[in-house]
Design a protein around this ligand. Structure first.
Ligand SMILES: *Cc1c(COP(=O)(O)O)cnc(C)c1O
Length: 238
């Protein structure tokens, strides 16, 4: 099938933008894969887009399996909210869950990882990011900024998961609103790294197609980009 979107061109252009905004600092590019058919993800992978983020757990499972069968092995994160009955499938297919925002969810991931360790299915700790609701919008998931550091402290005590850093979806609104949500997130991430054992939790996942410049200026280490690479999504509900 022909389509007017050249994924390889778009990836190259987004990478150029990233390096311009980052002034020599390294910032990773994660493809926001939601609603993209397997063939497009394979095309992106071939163009060097090997870091993928999924919102929808069913799609995470089917497309990651499809990519594996085709000989492609992306590094995959969950970037959408995970219902507790889908955590186990999410952990089976994703290398990291980037949206943990409660102790209950972290405890479930920890218990599941202990079960996987006990039967020899995996080794090591399961990596997660903690999601902060930096916009204050009640429609967004994420831990509230006020309780974030205490949540991070509690989760860091769980033995079979590893906090690798922080993720946020910034505010919508003026550039000033957006920037303050990213500044808030960066400051909370810095505070978190002062907790025992978290000095290396330095992933800061923030920025999407429309606000990645501001996110990178405020210290993002990974941007999650969908529209600027794949074009407008067929369905915009996620
Ligand atoms: C869809 C999505 C993105 C990418 O958004 P675009 O505007 O298409 O770049 C990033 N992060 C999350 C959590 C998303 O759901």
């Amino acid at each position: 099938m022909m389509h007017p979107i050249d994924i390889a061109d778009n990836i190259a252009r987004v990478r150029d933008d990233i390096s311009r905004f980052a002034h020599g600092r390294h910032v990773d590019l994660m493809l926001a894969a939601k609603h993209q058919p397997l063939e497009r993800l394979a095309e992106a992978y071939n163009a060097g887009g090997t870091l993928m983020g999924h919102n929808l757990i069913d799609q995470l499972a089917t497309s990651t399996e499809g990519l594996h069968n085709a000989g492609f092995f992306p590094i995959t994160s969950v970037i959408g909210h995970v219902q507790s009955n889908k955590l186990s499938v999410a952990m089976q297919w994703a290398d990291r869950i980037d949206t943990v925002d409660s102790l209950k969810t972290a405890q479930r991931i920890n218990r599941r990882q202990e079960a996987r360790l006990a039967c020899g299915e995996v080794t090591g700790l399961y990596p997660i990011l903690l999601q902060i609701n930096s916009s204050g919008a009640s429609t967004q998931f994420g831990c509230s900024p006020d309780s974030f550091v205490e949540l991070a402290r509690a989760i860091s005590a769980l033995p079979s998961i590893h906090i690798a850093g922080v993720m946020t979806i910034g505010a919508q609104g003026t550039d000033t609103d957006i920037r303050s949500s990213f500044v808030l997130t960066r400051r909370l991430a810095e505070e978190m790294r002062n907790l025992p054992g978290l000095a290396d939790a330095d992933v800061l996942s923030m920025g999407m197609s429309s606000d990645m410049r501001i996110a990178i200026e405020e210290g993002s280490t990974v941007v999650r980009v969908g529209t600027a690479i794949f074009g407008a999504r067929p369905a915009q509900q996620a």
